[in-house]
Design a binder for this molecule. Structure first.
Ligand code: R5P
Length: 297
């Protein structure tokens, strides 16, 4: 017990009478009323100055196995970690490859099931205690709106998001678009909104060339954009730029980074678009400069 003797009581205590308590909003869309734990975790993922994030996605192995660019996570991904704001991966990647000293917020792949060899999206969710054990900053769950497993994947999201709100962990709804569905603003805004309405704190979806702002504006929580299949670097940087201009709160990019001819240069160029508003030409120049510097080392 503290020693009660010697405590000095000032005669003139300052209670700040007349000074209103500062009430601050939170810098991410729709997050004002979230709990302290959720805001703290979001603060780790989204840069408070730009309000955006570069998430490095390398969870692909859970449905694809050792896809190109991810044959050896220790060799392919570890060198990129310093340049990412957040890492999106599976529990296994964390336990076996990502150094705990990396001190990066983790978006933990929290649903799993079928692989590309059968039919995707027939998934179950992990026990949220696993996410707590791994100190996850977000739990990511696949949601297949309009797909065969729609009800099951929406239920997965609801279950994970409920647990997330209980423990102060954000949940990311990952919109899975089946081959038969058009990736247009009409579909993407519906899928994103369904995720948000069912509890997602963040939504990950795709960019679309027309009316992407409608997708962002009709979603009450932050949207991050997936990179999708590998594009030439300049086109991938254009995609990032247009998504940011359309109101995305960042990217969650995988193949366009780790399958790039220079992944370390590419992730830095993506970061410059996301956080520093570089246009695609400037970012591509940066990519080429970094690439040649890395070659000449
Ligand atoms: C997809 O299911 C995975 O969750 C990936 O993380 C996601 O698609 C982002 O990676 P990419 O930029 O390669 O599309």
């Amino acid at each position: 017990m503290a020693d009660a003797e010697g405590i000095i009581e000032s005669k003139e205590k300052d209670f700040g009478i007349g000074v209103p308590v500062k009430t601050e909003g939170f810098y991410l869309k729709g997050m004002d009323h979230m709990s302290w734990g959720i805001k703290d975790r979001l603060r780790r993922m989204f840069n408070p100055e730009s309000g955006r994030t570069v998430m490095l996605a390398f969870d692909h192995g859970y449905i694809m196995g050792p896809t190109s660019g991810l044959e050896r996570l220790d060799l392919n991904i570890v060198p990129l970690i310093p340049y990412a704001d957040s890492l999106m991966c599976t529990k296994a990647a964390l336990r076996t490859v990502v150094p705990p000293t990396a001190n990066k917020p983790i978006c933990l792949r929290s649903s799993a099931g079928t692989t590309i060899l059968t039919e995707l999206n027939d998934e179950v969710v992990i026990d949220p205690e696993e996410a707590i054990r791994m100190n996850a900053s977000t739990m990511a769950v696949m949601v297949s709106v309009g797909g065969r497993y729609e009800a099951k994947t929406v239920a997965n999201l609801v279950k994970t998001a409920d647990a997330g709100y209980r423990y102060g962990i954000p949940t990311m709804g990952v919109t899975a678009v089946g081959k038969e569905l058009a990736r247009d603003a009409r579909y993407l805004s519906m899928a994103s909104r369904v995720c948000a309405e069912n509890g997602a704190t963040i939504v990950k979806t795709y960019y679309c060339n027309e009316h992407f702002e409608r997708v962002v504006n009709s979603c009450p929580v932050p949207i991050v954009v997936a990179g999708g299949k590998k594009l030439p670097e300049k086109e991938a940087l254009e995609l990032c730029y247009k998504a940011i201009c359309g109101g995305a709160s960042g990217v969650d990019m995988g193949r366009n980074v780790f399958q790039s001819e220079s992944p370390v240069a590419m992730i830095q160029a993506v970061g410059a678009v996301v956080h520093n508003n570089l246009n695609p030409e400037q970012a591509f120049e940066m990519f080429n400069d970094l690439k040649s510097d890395l070659v000449s080392v």
